[in-house]
Design a protein around this ligand. Structure first.
Ligand SMILES: [Zn+2]
Length: 141
């Protein structure tokens, strides 16, 4: 492959990746819809968020919420992660609208979501990978 061909190939592959990523990425309104579905499915519809949106200023937490306002924010770092992981973070924040803190009552609610353990393992893995600077997979942005 010549350098020009290689460059063209790289551009094509990057475009493909970006297209896949944006297909997988939910917009804010889809995110709110998703949260409503998850609340219905796993929390008997009791959690009713007023707003659900992505934020880019949240690098140490995956999600956060303000129960008084009923608002939920998800870190943009979740974008591109498997759907079940994003769903877990949504269910987690939805549950916080009902129960503050991480006591037994909170985790009881989370048990309704069947992939809680798996999603938590995935996120722990991401955090660990971030701490291993010699791995190329740990590099981002
Ligand atoms: Zn929490």
């Amino acid at each position: 492959m010549s350098e020009a061909e290689e460059q063209r190939w790289v551009t094509v592959m990057l475009d493909k990746l970006a297209a896949q990523e944006s297909k997988r990425m939910l917009g804010d309104s889809e995110l709110a819809q998703r949260a409503e579905q998850l609340s219905d499915q796993y929390l008997n519809g009791r959690a009713r968020p007023s707003a659900v949106r992505w934020v880019t200023n949240q690098n140490t937490r995956w999600g956060s919420c303000t129960p008084a306002e009923g608002s939920i924010r998800l870190s943009h770092r979740l974008q591109g992660m498997p759907e079940y992981v994003i769903d877990y973070v949504l269910v987690h924040e939805l549950a916080h609208l009902l129960v503050p803190g991480h006591g037994p009552r909170f985790w009881e609610l989370l048990e309704a979501y069947p992939r809680t353990e798996r999603a938590r393992g995935y996120l722990e893995g991401v955090v660990s990978a971030d701490r291993l600077p010699h791995l190329p997979a740990a590099r981002h942005e």
